[in-house]
Design a protein around this ligand. Structure first.
Ligand code: HEC
Length: 165
């Protein structure tokens, strides 16, 4: 199972749990979870990739715990995790004339999605603090779409650059 499939499956479970009574126990996590990777980009240096990967390995872990917290309606935990995602330092957009390889190699959509992630994580924290159970599940769906949207833009940029003459 890919990590995307895992998140999808968890999210489905979240919807079901909100509709019915909260589950007592979290489903067992897939054993190979921590080793799941996005395809290797070939338009970034190894260093740039490592920086991104470190950050994303943490996202993967936070997300697993966040989904579990939502499913079990542990709102304090969900709020804390969402706030942690919202307050992460962001990769800055390339500045004109600067030659920072990582920043200028990334597609514009990466930065758009990065900002969106912060906004949606904030909305999630707010729903955990004062929203309905249903709103909390919906915000998790919004957040997940941002994860997938950025990965998609990242891989498409890679494919577009690889195809360029
Ligand atoms: C701003 C863009 C962006 C957003 C938003 C984003 N990711 Fe990523 N993610 C990436 C990139 C880029 C990589 C690939 C890094 C690499 O080359 O190994 C990645 C890779 C991953 C990986 C694989 C980690 C590894 O060790 O290779 C996981 C898991 C992951 N992301 C989870 C998430 C989750 C969960 C979210 C949403 C909460 C999320 N990401 C949001 C850009 C993003």
């Amino acid at each position: 199972m890919t990590w995307k499939a895992a998140v999808g499956a968890f999210f489905l479970a979240a919807g079901l749990a909100v509709a019915g009574a909260p589950a007592k126990k979290a489903p067992p996590a897939a054993k190979e979870e921590s080793t799941k990777r996005l395809r290797q980009p070939d338009y970034l240096s190894e260093l740039a990739r490592q920086l991104l990967r470190q950050r994303m390995a943490r996202h993967g872990k936070d997300m697993t715990r966040l989904v579990q917290a939502v499913v079990l309606l542990e709102k304090d935990v969900a709020k804390e995790l969402a706030q942690a995602i919202a307050s992460e330092p962001r990769i800055t957009r390339p500045t004109p004339g600067a030659s920072d390889e990582l920043n200028s190699a990334l597609p514009e959509q990466f930065f758009v999605r990065q900002d969106e992630l912060r906004e949606r994580a904030k909305a999630m924290a707010q729903a955990a603090a004062s929203g309905s159970d249903d709103a909390l599940a919906a915000r998790l769906g919004d957040l997940t779409r941002t994860c997938v949207g950025c990965h998609s833009a990242y891989l498409e940029a890679r494919d577009a650059k690889a195809a360029a003459p």
